[in-house]
Design a protein around this ligand. Structure first.
Ligand code: AQP
Length: 343
């Protein structure tokens, strides 16, 4: 069975972008692939973090995975730091990663600028190496992510190929290994709609947990009133009617796309329904569709968080399954890199 792996950082509240760009698509993949879904807490410390908040967000994110429909009879759910192989593989991969590859990553450039350049942590620079480790550790075939992760995924593919070339094949065989590739080369799975959900306050910036204004995003756990209020106050434009794909109307395209997904309608149906609408008519329609879509998730989330022991058991079993696969990959890499193997 092919394998799909993905994750969300516990850096704040899981929002509509994380859900439509990633988690909703994970749920659709569970029947077709062996799936592993990670709460990537090591990534969350690449920027200064609140220690109490990290712990709470990790638990909340895990509960939200399940509430959104991740089914533990099919998928493994675990916390990244519970599987030590992630950090170890990252260090091993660092030795094959040219610094230049990391310095040109768009996300590093943007985030390190915000951190004051030289003050940015080394882990912000090596973030994509850790992400590559998260993926190749599990011999992953597919990585369902939003569009913002495309560049990092490309780096993961290049790095896996580089390590295969440097240490795989006949060289590995001479060291007692099976030869061939050490890592599978992963493919991204980016959804057609929802791959880049934009901010409610600026249709040119992506919706993000780290954006300072909570008004810019719909969090999956926002109350009905808050969702209605955020949609009521979100940025729009002064054109007549509503339309997709007009580059001068990024907010309009974004809000219609969100409506399309949460209402379960086709693009053509949404166009037909909304083309002559004013914002005053469309906004309550969108708010109601969002509330209706998120309500069952919020109810399941409450049930799951009430049973802490259950959640801990899920995470523990997930980490056991992940460790089993990860240790086999690490063993191969140790052997191929020429480390003296322990009996
Ligand atoms: N706006 C988005 N639209 C579609 N997909 C998105 N993803 C994130 N934002 C959007 C996808 O969600 C998964 C987890 O990504 P993340 O944990 O890095 O989420 P984030 O909201 O981007 O988190 P931060 O902490 O706020 O990071 P920055 O500062 O980078 O924005 C991924 O599959 C991602 O593609």
């Amino acid at each position: 069975m092919k394998r799909a792996v993905s994750g969300v950082q516990p850096t704040g509240s899981v929002h509509l972008g994380n859900y439509l760009g990633a988690i909703k698509n994970w749920v659709a993949l569970q029947d077709t692939y062996e799936t592993l879904f990670i709460i990537v807490d090591l990534h969350a410390i690449t920027l200064p973090h609140d220690t109490q908040q990290l712990r709470k967000s990790t638990r909340d994110t895990a509960a939200l995975y399940l509430a959104c429909g991740v089914d533990i009879s099919k998928a493994s759910v675990f916390v990244q730091s519970h599987v030590r192989a992630h950090s170890e593989l990252m260090f091993l991969l660092c030795s094959s990663t040219p610094i230049g590859w990391l310095q040109k990553m768009t996300q590093f450039k943007e985030k390190s600028r915000k951190e004051g350049g030289e003050n940015a942590s080394v882990s912000l620079l090596t973030y994509p190496v850790l992400m590559a480790a998260d993926i190749v550790l599990y011999q992953t075939d597919f990585v369902p992510v939003g569009e913002d992760q495309k560049q990092h995924l490309e780096l993961a593919r290049d790095l896996a190929q580089r390590v295969n070339n440097l240490y795989g094949g006949r060289k590995w065989k001479k060291l007692g290994g099976r030869g061939g590739s050490i890592f599978k080369i992963p493919e991204p799975l980016i959804p057609q709609v929802g791959a880049r959900v934009m901010s409610l306050t600026d249709g040119l910036s992506k919706m993000s947990k780290s954006a300072p204004s909570d008004q810019s995003r719909i969090n999956l756990l926002d109350s009905k009133d808050l969702i209605a209020d955020k949609i009521k106050r979100c940025k729009t434009d002064s054109f007549a009617g509503l339309e997709f794909d007009n580059a001068e109307r990024p907010e309009c395209n974004n809000l219609l796309s969100v409506y399309q997904i949460v209402s379960g309608k086709t693009k053509e149906e949404v166009m037909e329904e909304c083309k002559d609408m004013s914002w005053g008519t469309f906004k309550p329609l969108l708010a109601d569709a969002l509330i209706e879509h998120l309500n069952p998730i919020q109810i399941r989330y409450q049930e799951i968080t009430e049973d802490r022991a259950y959640l801990n058991k899920v995470l523990s079993e997930g980490a056991d399954r992940a460790t089993e696969i990860a240790d086999a990959t690490l063993h191969n890499l140790h052997q191929a890199m020429g480390f003296y193997m322990r009996d």
